[in-house]
Design a binder for this molecule. Structure first.
Ligand SMILES: C[S@@+](CC[C@H](N)C(=O)[O-])C[C@H]1O[C@@H](n2cnc3c(N)ncnc32)[C@H](O)[C@@H]1O
Length: 252
């Protein structure tokens, strides 16, 4: 009985999601290139029945979006597509002809769900942009090879790491993909705030890796509240280590 109820719940979620995708995809497609970072962030939190709602603190993602807006990256690699919220933001704030690649894990048995999502995400980029969606474990060498092939020699301007939050996972993503980032490009981590063990997010250890790596680069921390137990955005600029800037400039 419990299994049946679970199945029913999943089927219902799938149905409502599909209906919302059909209902809103045109409006989502039309939204954006002329909107500010703040307006776009507001839209993903409050419009379209929440189908693009990102897993983010609004204050933090707004500040980060403003930075992306200023930089207008031409090549973006996102690790962790999830609902497509940050993917939507990147497409609207990056260059109008940007190349965006977004990776998430394969969806196993939920293939139909994946197919609907894929169709929906494919409708997100602007007409001049290229979007590659990969369903693959980012930590596998074969995934990196696929990405290198897609990039065809191009370097990444913005690498956004928001996938496996274990210490080893985040380190691996950094080690595999940061060499593909152009000098002066940025590498961004989500969830740099300490998640105390005992909370549901106790496996999140991004902060441990972040604290190891941040002093080796120019970096910025966007954190609304260091006691919020989750979130926080850490940004590294890929430049040579500058001993005069030993600490992050905190944006609070
Ligand atoms: C926190 S969510 C990403 C949130 C999204 N960037 C946003 O702000 O809306 C993390 C995503 O990473 C994916 N993920 C976890 N481990 C992964 C891996 N090894 N390779 C690729 N994706 C992974 C999960 O399936 C999940 O969808």
């Amino acid at each position: 009985m419990k299994a049946f109820l679970n199945w029913l719940k999943k089927a219902w979620n799938f149905l409502t999601y599909t209906v919302q995708c059909i209902r809103y995809y045109k409006s989502i497609q039309r939204t954006g290139a002329d909107m500010s970072a703040g307006q776009l962030v507001d839209a993903i939190f409050h419009r379209w029945g929440g189908i693009l709602k990102p897993i983010q603190v609004p204050y933090e993602i707004r500040l980060f979006s403003e930075l992306v807006e200023k930089n207008q990256p031409q090549t973006v690699l996102e690790i962790g597509t999830a609902n497509g919220g940050t993917l939507f933001l990147f497409s609207r704030l990056a260059d109008k002809n940007a190349h965006i690649i977004s990776i998430d894990l394969p969806m196993g048995l939920m293939r139909l769900y994946f197919f609907i999502r894929l169709l929906f995400f494919k409708s997100i980029p602007l007409s001049g942009q290229t979007l590659n969606l990969l369903r693959s474990n980012s930590q596998k060498l074969i995934t990196k090879k696929k990405i290198e092939k897609i990039l065809n020699g191009k370097k990444i301007d913005l690498l956004y790491i928001d996938a496996d939050h274990s210490y080893e996972g985040v380190k691996k993503d950094f080690e595999l993909y940061s060499p593909l980032v152009t000098p002066g490009g940025i590498i961004v981590f989500h969830d740099i705030v300490h998640h105390p063990s005992g909370t549901t997010a106790h496996l999140a250890e991004v902060d441990r890796f972040w604290n190891e790596i941040k002093t080796q680069y120019h970096c910025v921390e966007i954190v609304e509240n260091w006691n919020q137990w989750w979130a926080g955005i850490g940004i590294l600029t890929k430049k040579h280590l500058n001993p005069n800037i030993p600490k992050c400039n905190k944006v609070i």
